[in-house]
Design a protein around this ligand. Structure first.
Ligand code: UT7
Length: 325
C-alpha cells in the first residue's frame, strides 16, 4: 500500500479594497503603462487595518474545509506559510486553529519561506501524511504584504498585494505510480548566499521592527526564470512525467514576463499557464493557492488534471511539485 496526499478542497479570500495602477500613480512617480508592461499587474487587493493575516487565512481555511466537506475538528495538521504573521509568537496557524475550533492537540505551525512558502508547506504536509503521522492537513499561503511595503518606494510598492489561499490534503491509498491521485512529487531548494537581493530592512532580533521589503529586481528576475523552470522540470522528472503531459502550470505570480518565460522554457502553450498576477499582484506565499482556488471555482481545473506548481522567492528559496487532482 502506498499513501498519497489527495487535494480535496481549496479556498481563498481577497480583501475588498482594490488598489489600481492609477491609484498608485497618485502616491509615487509611476504610471499604469509602466506597471502593466514591466509586470503585467493591473490591480491588487489591500487588507483593511483590522484584516490581519490570520483573518485572511481563516476565511480561506473555512472555505477550503467547506469545499472538502470537512469540519475544523477533522484536521490533524495546519501549516501557514507567511512572512507577515499576526504576532512574532505564537504562530498564525495556532491562532487560526484556536479561532476556528480545531481539535485540541492538532499540530499547527508557521513556516517562513517567502514566495516558495506554499510549495514548502505542501511538501512538509505531504511527507507527514505519507509517514502516517497525520491523515488530514490544511496548508495555507497568506500574506498582508501591504503592511511591510514602503509606500514611498516605487521599485517595490507597485508589485505586491494581499490575500490568502488554502488547500486541504487527505491521506488516500495509491499504488505508487504516476496514475495515482494527489501529490506525485515535490522538490525544495534554498541558497542563502542570495539573501541580500530580496529581504526586509529589519526584523525582530535585529531592529525590533518588521522592516520594509527591499529588492534588487533585476537580479531576482534573472534567478526567478531559471529556478522556476528548473524546479518545474525536476518535479515532472521525479513524477516520471513528460512536460507535454502537464495540463496546467501554476507558477508563482510575481511578473507576467517571468511567467511567460517559464512557460516558453518548458515548451507549454500559453493556454496551459495559469495567470493571476494581473489582478492579484505578487501575494508571495498566497499566490499559488489563490490561483489554484480561483481556477477551481471557475471550473477551469478538473478532477484528474495534472498540475505543475513552481515557486521562487526570498532566501533565495525555490521548489516545485506535481499534483494530479
Ligand atoms: O516574489 C519573489 C520574486 N520576485 C520577482 O520575481 C520580481 C523580479 N523582478 C521584477 O519583476 C522586475 O525586475 C521589476 C518589475 C521589479 C522591475 O522591472 P525592470 O524591467 O527590471 O526595471 P528596472 O528595475 O531595471 O527599472 C527600469 C527603470 C528604472 O529607471 P532608469 O534607472 O532606467 O531611469 C527605474 O527607476 O524603471 C524605473 N522604475 C519605475 N518607473 C516607473 C522602477 N520602478 C518604477 C515604477 N514606475 N514603479
Amino acid at each position: 500500500m502506498f499513501i498519497r496526499s489527495e487535494l480535496i478542497g481549496l479556498g481563498h479570500y481577497l480583501p475588498n479594497k482594490i488598489l489600481t495602477n492609477d491609484d498608485l500613480s497618485h502616491m509615487v512617480e509611476t504610471n499604469d503603462e509602466w506597471i502593466r508592461t514591466r509586470t503585467g499587474i493591473r490591480m491588487r487587493h489591500i487588507a483593511a487595518k483590522d484584516e490581519t493575516t490570520s483573518v485572511l487565512a481563516g476565511y480561506a481555511v473555512e472555505k477550503a474545509l467547506k469545499n472538502a466537506d470537512l469540519q475544523p475538528q477533522d484536521v490533524d495538521l495546519l501549516i501557514v506559510a507567511t512572512v507577515t504573521p499576526d504576532n512574532t509568537t505564537p504562530s498564525t496557524a495556532a491562532k487560526i486553529a484556536g479561532k476556528l475550533g480545531f481539535r485540541a492537540g492538532a499540530v499547527a505551525f508557521d513556516i517562513s519561506a517567502a514566495c516558495s512558502g506554499f510549495v514548502y508547506a505542501l511538501t512538509l504536509a505531504d511527507n507527514m501524511i505519507r509517514l502516517g503521522q497525520v491523515k488530514t492537513a490544511v496548508i495555507v499561503g497568506a500574506e498582508c504584504l501591504s503592511k511591510i511595503v514602503d509606500w514611498t518606494d516605487r521599485n517595490t510598492c507597485v508589485l505586491f498585494g494581499d490575500g490568502a489561499g488554502a488547500a486541504v490534503l487527505r491521506a488516500v491509498e495509491g499504488n505508487g505510480s504516476n496514475q495515482d491521485t494527489g501529490v506525485l512529487s515535490s522538490c525544495l531548494y534554498a541558497d542563502g548566499t542570495q539573501f541580500e537581493h530580496l529581504k526586509t530592512s529589519g526584523g525582530v532580533s535585529s531592529t525590533q521592527t518588521a522592516g520594509f521589503v527591499q529588492m534588487n529586481g533585476k537580479e531576482v528576475f534573472k534567478h526567478a526564470v531559471i529556478s522556476l523552470s528548473e524546479a518545474a522540470e525536476t518535479a515532472l522528472q521525479k513524477a516520471g512525467l513528460r512536460k507535454e503531459q502537464a495540463d496546467w502550470l501554476v507558477p508563482h505570480q510575481a511578473n507576467i514576463r517571468i511567467i511567460e518565460s517559464v512557460g516558453e522554457r518548458l515548451g507549454l502553450p500559453q493556454e496551459k499557464v495559469i495567470v493571476a498576477v494581473d489582478h492579484h499582484g505578487n501575494t508571495s506565499a498566497a499566490s499559488i493557492p489563490l490561483a489554484l482556488s480561483e481556477n477551481m471555482e471557475s471550473g477551469r481545473l478538473h478532477k484528474g488534471d495534472i498540475i505543475v506548481l513552481t515557486a521562487m522567492g526570498a532566501g533565495f528559496t525555490w521548489g516545485g511539485a506535481v499534483i494530479r487532482l
